[in-house]
Design a protein around this ligand. Structure first.
Ligand code: ARG
Length: 662
């Protein structure tokens, strides 16, 4: 049940009598900010009066109300202010819906009447190096979108577009050939390959830092000079407020630039120190002065079909897959397909040929490029040396997906930093005539540390995903299994139960924190906040769920018995807190639909948080088991059961579990 849509339908009928394009007016229904104005508000009369002309909005609103048929759903609508129409949903209607939702497996959520076929490309890490904190967002957001869309009745196809064919394989192949010991790797492949990756990468980063340090230092000096210059100018500008304002703006930009230039220098120095203070590393670096180039040639040989490298790749890939699969298991994330970049390798020449034949791509300085009006730089699809690029693979992937799945929509859940890549990709797709599929870059921001910069370890590397999960579980254990809380548990929690609750709460905390920020904003990673028992956290919602279950246990009825009770009893509100909770419960579908509208799972986390809060208020004011009458007790039990179910379902759609007690 989508209440605003139902109201829209009713308003549509009325507005139709005034204009030919009723949709844009009937859509103007919003929840009210203040319950004293009712539950929903229609704001259409003002723009509508303007459009029709010759009538004042208040009069028009009154006329609309007269013609409106909502008697079954609302109390008599009221016109307020310049022409707002305030709507208060009838208690009886809310209670009927609550009873119906309780009977329904889908919790009253209608299945889409026009189901769409949606491919969701998410997670997609570059394997051969350990997954790090940067991978959490795509994985968690993509999984939540897939779950929600599916539940809304759409047909989803999830695809993990693994980076299994790129430079990182050149790195481990190079590492293995030069520093690897076949026996050690065979015995303990995953950590050994990771070690080799880190070793070669460290040397490569070191050499890069050595080369770039002078330029980075120059940027620090430049920024400092600019700051001095601007500071002088500000002093000289004296009372000229306008000039001062604009200079100060430049000054603050320059200060930011100085900070980030200093950060880069510091990062480079750290990388250099680490190698220069280690004789072995230094020796390796001297032995392979251009290690990055050597790795690139190993990658190139792999792509050209060199047998030795192909054999190594074939041998290593399953280890890398095992490694990430372990994390997916722990996160409870599955994919319908895992078609990595390697899958498309053979198709790349064909894509380039086709685009050239169709006159979409052209040669430029030896490379094959697609020139796009809206962009300064072209999209290169084959380099001068014959190598194909990330973009070429994405074009091949797009072609394959269209042919194989004929989707209505493809979502790419990828970091905002790749926006330009996707803008170009979509522009080329349009040139290729792929107008029939909606392509969306579901972009997201960065995970920041306490210092407000991208989350890194002290030595400047990205934090491994696995250790992050371990930390969260440990922190969750400390919070939910603290001895004082445990003391109150009857029967006591076994060690196994504690472990399992900690895992559910810890992993849930990380996922929820990520999902609860709008995906396009950066957020600060703060484990203590994430596992807090109060606040906008999974823990709070899981705890609220556990409270519903505890009441249910004490009532000595199971969910089914309460559902049966709902169908036999006439439900009744006796407190406003019951109504407030019930109305929230009715808004479940609204929340899910808005997740899809903006590809924004935070719409659902917000909804769950508000629902849990309404439940807490209800809990504080409305005794359930000791309710004054049977009817009140039945109504409250139904609210408790339905609330518990929605919290559980809502969390499940975010990929988060619950515990029956905590
Ligand atoms: N492997 C890429 C990376 O780690 C992300 C791939 C996203 N999907 C895609 N179709 N380009 O940056």
């Amino acid at each position: 049940m989508h209440l605003p849509r139902e109201l829209q339908r009713r308003f549509h009928e009325v507005i139709r009598q005034h204009v030919d394009d009723p949709e844009q007016y009937s859509g103007m229904i919003r929840p009210t900010n203040d319950p004293k104005f009712g539950d929903y508000q229609c704001n259409a009369a003002m723009p509508l009066a303007k459009k029709i002309g010759g009538t004042n909005p208040r009069d028009l609103a009154t006329k609309m109300v007269d013609a409106l048929s909502v008697g079954d759903l609302c109390e008599s609508p009221e016109v307020a202010g310049p022409g707002f129409i305030n709507l208060k949903i009838r208690d009886s209607w809310i209670l009927d819906r609550v009873a119906q939702m309780t009977q329904d497996d889908r919790c009253g959520v209608a299945a889409a009447d026009q189901p769409r076929k949606v491919i969701i490309d998410f997670s997609s890490p570059n394997v051969a190096k350990p997954m790090h904190v940067g991978h959490i967002r795509s994985t968690v957001i993509g999984d939540a979108l897939a779950r929600v869309l599916n539940f809304l009745g759409h047909y989803t196809i999830t695809d993990n577009h693994l980076g299994d064919w790129g430079t990182q394989f050149g790195i481990i192949i190079f590492g293995y050939k030069n520093f690897g010991d076949p026996d050690t790797v065979a015995k303990n492949p995953v950590p050994e390959l990771a070690k080799l990756y880190r070793l070669v990468n460290q040397i490569s980063e070191y050499q890069k830092a050595c080369n770039q340090l002078p330029v980075a230092k120059q940027s620090v000096d430049d920024a400092q000079n600019l700051i001095d210059e601007l500071t002088g100018k500000i002093e000289a500008a004296g009372d000229d407020a306008k000039a001062v304002k604009s200079l100060k703006k430049n000054l603050s930009a320059a200060k930011k630039r100085l900070q980030s230039a200093r950060d880069s220098v510091a990062a480079m120095n750290a990388k250099m120190d680490a190698v220069q203070t280690n004789e072995d590393l230094l020796k390796i670096s001297q032995q392979y002065p251009d290690i990055a180039q050597r790795c690139l040639s190993e990658t190139a040989k792999l792509h050209e079909g060199d047998q030795e490298n192909l054999d190594l790749w074939t041998k290593f890939l399953p280890y890398c897959r095992d490694e990430i699969d372990r994390i997916y298991d722990r996160l409870d994330v599955q994919f319908d397909h895992t078609l990595g970049e390697s899958f498309y390798h053979d198709r790349l020449p064909g894509v380039v040929d086709q685009l050239s034949r169709d006159g979409i791509a052209a040669e430029s300085e030896g490379a094959i490029c697609v020139f796009l009006d809206q962009f300064d730089a072209p999209m290169i699809i084959r380099k001068k040396d014959g190598a194909f690029l990330y973009a070429t693979t994405d074009l091949a992937t797009l072609q394959y997906r269209r042919e194989e799945f004929a989707p209505d929509e493809i979502l790419y859940v990828v970091d905002t930093r790749q926006s330009e890549h996707f803008d170009k990709l979509f522009a080329v797709a349009r040139r290729m005539g792929m107008e029939d599929v909606r392509l969306v870059h579901v972009n997201f921001g960065t995970v920041l540390g306490a210092d407000g910069r991208p989350l890194k370890t002290r030595s400047g590397t990205l934090i491994g995903l696995e250790s992050l999960l371990d930390d969260a579980v440990a922190r969750a254990q400390a919070v939910v299994c603290d001895p004082e809380r445990l003391q109150r548990m009857d029967p006591p929690m076994t060690a196994d139960e504690q472990q399992s609750v900690a895992e559910t709460v810890g992993i849930g905390a990380i996922k929820f924190a990520d999902l609860s920020h709008h995906r396009t904003s950066d957020y600060q990673f703060n484990l203590d906040k994430m596992v807090a028992l109060d606040g906008n956290t999974a823990t709070y919602i899981q705890y609220s769920y556990a409270r519903t279950q505890s009441i249910l246990r004490r009532s000595e009825m199971d969910e089914e018995a309460v559902v049966a009770l709902a169908s036999k009893t006439e439900l009744v509100f006796s407190q406003p807190q019951e109504r407030a909770l019930a109305l929230r419960l009715l808004q479940f579908e609204e929340a899910l639909v808005s997740v899809y509208d903006d590809y924004a799972p935070n719409q659902l986390t917000d909804y769950l948080f508000e629902t849990a809060r309404a439940y807490a208020v209800f809990n504080d004011t409305c005794p359930v088991l000791k309710a004054e009458t049977d009817q009140m007790r039945a109504t409250r039990l139904v609210l408790v059961v339905l609330c518990g179910r929605l919290l559980r379902k809502g969390l499940e759609l975010l990929g988060i579990g619950v515990a029956a007690r905590m």
